[in-house]
Design a protein around this ligand. Sequence first.
Ligand SMILES: NC(=O)c1ccc[n+]([C@@H]2O[C@H](COP(=O)([O-])OP(=O)(O)OC[C@H]3O[C@@H](n4cnc5c(N)ncnc54)[C@H](OP(=O)(O)O)[C@@H]3O)[C@@H](O)[C@H]2O)c1
Length: 272
Amino acid sequence: MRRNDWSQTTAVITGASSGIGTAIAKKFARQGIKVLLVARNTERLNLLASEIRANGGKAEVYPSDLSLSQNRSELAQHILADTGAPDILVNNAGIGWFGYFSRMPWEVAAQLIALDIEAPTHLTSLFLPHMLESGKPCRIINMGSITGKMPEQGIALYAGAKSYLDAFTKSVYREIIRTPVRISIIRPGPVKTHFFDNSETYANGGRIPAEKSAIAPERIADVAWSLVKRPRRFVYVPFFMYFSPFIEYLFAPVIDRVGPVLLKRRLPTSRP
Ligand SMILES: NC(=O)c1ccc[n+]([C@@H]2O[C@H](COP(=O)([O-])OP(=O)(O)OC[C@H]3O[C@@H](n4cnc5c(N)ncnc54)[C@H](OP(=O)(O)O)[C@@H]3O)[C@@H](O)[C@H]2O)c1
């Protein structure tokens, strides 16, 4: 895709009402891409769309609770009817949860599975055939996590969900490698967003340690944009995260022993 092509392109961005999704929407809109903003909070989406339009960009709002299968189907129908196959799909919406898995209420677990696993899988299934049919150099960018490659105590289901998304992305990447469509996964370390506040709702006052070293969401938006221009199967952000799988590989027995102690310190009022 050449730089001057962007004014004719559209990007569906899920989880656009906050954090990383908002940063990606602003970044893409600045490049001339028409951004289709998806999340539940209509007010925040409208505010973002107004800001983008005020800055000369193009944005449309598609409020949707993506944890529900029917909503996802309806969303795809609307977008396909309005603009046809999108050039870019960013599967970014996601939630976390911090604490012992044995203490995780099933309703919360089911919501996490619906949003972090089902939604990106379903939206890929809904849009990918149209992208392939269009013959255009389309992109799917999935928002993974470093925890998908380096699971940790305290975020068992979240790490499992991101691990799934990583494997799914890799498999589809290999299926479509001979087509103009590319799928990628971003594996961020901690990012400064509302994600931690939301994930800690059930953490009995415990704090997620990684929050302290969090980077700005704009760094992830820059990486997403680089993937649009030059697709790769995965990218770690920040760069030193490329070493993390080796740490897991080399020091897993140590982590097995130290991890539970650290978690207990973080969750003083809880137990497995
Ligand atoms: N922050 C980090 O440290 C970090 C690190 C690695 C990966 N990630 C990943 O980055 C992605 C974005 O997270 P963030 O850090 O930007 O967190 P965030 O600020 O909490 O944003 C989460 C987004 O997901 C949307 N969302 C939540 N439930 C939804 C639902 N049922 N239907 C539709 N949209 C829903 C939220 O919008 P509404 O509430 O308006 O629906 C919001 O726009 C997630 O996939 C997360 O796993 C985050």
